[in-house]
Ligand binder design. Sequence first.
Ligand code: WT7
Length: 653
Amino acid sequence: MSDPAAGQNISSVLQEHRKFSPPPAFAEQANIRSEEAYQELWNRAKDDPAGFWADQARENLTWIEPFTETMSGEMPETKWFVGGKLNASAQCLDRHLDGWRRNKAAIVWEGEPGDTRTLTYQQLHREVCRFANVLKQLGVQTGDRVTLYMPMIPELVVAMLACARIGATHSIVFGGFSADAVADRNNDAQSKVIVTADGGWRRGKEVELKKAVDESLKKSSSVKKVVVVRRTGSSITMAPDRDYWWHDLMDAADADCDPTPVDSEHPLFILYTSGSTGKPKGVLHTTAGYVLGTMLTTRWVFDLKDDDTYWCTADIGWVTGHSYICYGPLANGATVVMYEGAPNWPDEGRFWEIIEKYRVSIFYTAPTAIRAFIKWGDDWPRQHDLSSLRLLGSVGEPINPEAWMWYHRVIGQERCPIVDTWWQTETGAIMISPLPGITPTKPGSCTRPLPGVVPDIVTKTGQSLGANQGGLLVMRQPWPSMLRTLYGDHERFRNTYFSEVPGCYFAGDGARRDEDGYYWVMGRVDDVLNVSGHRLSTMEVESALVSHPQVAEAAVVGFPHDLKGEGICCFVTLKQSDGDDQLKSDLVGHVRKQIGALATPDQIRFANGLPKTRSGKIMRRLLRDIAAGRESAGDTTTLEDYTILAKLRQEEE
Ligand code: WT7
């Protein structure tokens, strides 16, 4: 399959032949209804990107001043909608106040303890205006950075949109990060103000955010003011002339605040994301292109309608929450469900209870969550009425075909299309995904590029590869919602994404395209093994393992192997039983049978849990160290549960 001379080819061995057509009832009502309509949009965007995007931007964005040039400059320096002025918060709020949507629910929120709040567009607008005035009072000016380190409460969305309203750039730090991580990000962005809460609720325990902020401010001196939302009511210390209660400031603030007109390319937010090495990268997104990208993809991919109740389970601390809880859905005037806490609190039925209670129609979650649901058992979802659901989504990593099938069968009840959406913090918006009314889906494939997205699978020298040849996933054309730089390090931006493959944006993923033009993402290229001269995606071995009835989750890493170059080490968590030698050899046989002798695991290690980042990504770097019997070097600050690592080490023979 692979051509060793090409150097960068990756053997793709996952065979998946199941195919699911959109249910006719769904197809009939879909926003994009015909294959021809998709082809037409896609071809126009590819052949005449300036014309296509100018039309979309004029039709969908509310301009305070019109743009004069649609795109200027070569990738990666392309500027979009040059000369135009707009405001992202006005796009998400003010536009909806003229008509009936004024009194539509924008946010339907539920706290982990069970408290609830609903904010209509008008109410949300009012809160945003008031907080925008608060920020101004605290000395925040257009162009300044504001750090948001908050639980999943409506005030987080209010703070985001208030920053956007005055042209300040928000930098959201996920509430699960440590004080040190907050300090690093404050320092890198040179934030003036931080907005936080006393705490938030997670699995019945308080996450002490204000305490972490106090700690972080010892190391980050740019921050002069702290605004604290009272959420848990626990006792915290407030520093005079530095710390202010949200409610005190809001009570005194005026509810009128005109949106500040900003340039299309004005920085909207910075979001830090980890690279394979080095300090976190401050991915910078700008205003017009980002808002347009998230707005259109929400409508195309989630088939959003005015009467939908839409729930994305991500935390706003990650890009998924930025794009598909806040900007995309609100720009479309959607009703968004927002939930503060854990999926298994007070029990493993919480998500299904929320879907039943609010009659959620669109549900967007991650494979890591789906695998947890599978492990917890079908009884939890079966106890709830999920008949309101009409569309399911997945994001964050390749979804194992067996997890896809479970999602389809148990949650979607074989009625709901699944959109497996490929994109990245850097891309801003969904890039490759089914269109649920027209694209037949194949479990494990994110299918085809959206209009305006021109991907390719190439060798390191940029040569396109043929059907089913694994290679590097790149973008050949710029798109409006792409990152503009890594904050304060434009050189690293150019090096990371635009130097690997000449003339292209390199996503860092390996992938193949099948005979139908469907993309199959195999994971990050640094998760790729080289076994006996064949490149093999760890994810494909994992999928094979997870398709075994007793396996809950698997992580596969390479380790130095005398004969093969790299051997395959599998960390496996089981659904119920304890693993024994018999099961180990069964699993080895199972993988051989699923993929072939090439992928025969050298080691199977049973584990109670896998080390993950707080966003749920398995930290393979740590597992590689364990597999190789090395001490772990490097950064472990994003590790969710240190005890898992200690246990895995103890279990080493
Ligand atoms: C990386 C980006 C995009 C929001 C959450 C993650 C992997 C993401 C898929 C998918 C296969 C996927 C890729 C990508 N990824 N979605 N549907 N199928 N892989 O954002 O932290 O920036 O991570 O997540 O490897 O490069 P992120």
